[in-house]
Design a protein around this ligand. Sequence first.
Ligand code: ADP
Ligand code: MG
Length: 256
Amino acid sequence: MSQLEIRNLHVSIEGKEILKGLSLDLPKGEVHAIMGPNGTGKSTLAYALMGHPSYEVTEGEVFFNGENILEMEPDERSRAGLFLAFQYPVAIPGVTVANFIRTAVNARRRALNPDDKGVPLLEFRKEMKAKMDMLKMDHAFGGRYLNEGFSGGEKKRAEILQMAMLKPEIAVLDETDSGLDIDALKIVSEGVNTLRGKDIGVLLITHYQRILNYIQPDVVHVMMDGRIVESGGKELALQLEDQGYEWVREKVNSAA
Ligand code: ADP
Ligand code: MG
């Protein structure tokens, strides 16, 4: 059984159907890329997985470790080990990066063990400094208000830092590459590569194949009109880079 199983997922926003029967299997520890043209529903999938209230699931199932997460509240999903890095992270004035992450880490620890007293402050600071070093971030970053006045690159690094500290079982990264210059892209990719392994599965949502030069996916899926229409190895990403999406559309249309 795959760690994440999405079966025939239909999702509507304001009555308009965006996901139209999407199915996907993410086995434990694998990195799967989801590529597709703009407006095809990639972010909708990410939001629906996290349980955003504006995204109405009208049909289908999503199993995470065998449990139907569609019946769980967003915070329960996150405590269960699902992590989403947003395409457009929101600012949280008055809450520092360090406090935000510590609260989330403690919530996750309590979900795993109700008697947990929370991570000791010194231990937390030590680990966060090590993770910041890995992501080549200034230690002062932890004291800044989350996403307030952050550059595009800083927002993405802050998300990878959250992921590194939270150690989710599955991370959904929605266009973590967008707006990054090549140095920031390399750092973020290095961060993901360091974290990937048998314990964490990644759904890497991207419009461009550029990030896939740095993060080698096990499987590449092509999404179009709210469905996965093609899956393959990393050579599929190169083919898309080379030939665009039109050939996939033609293939889908001729099969229909
Ligand atoms: P992608 O991430 O692949 O570019 P999205 O999931 O963001 O695509 O969007 C899919 C479709 O849903 C688009 O047609 C978009 O206009 C529409 N959409 C996304 N968010 C909303 C929203 N909050 N309200 C109404 N329509 C939306
Ligand atoms: Mg998007």
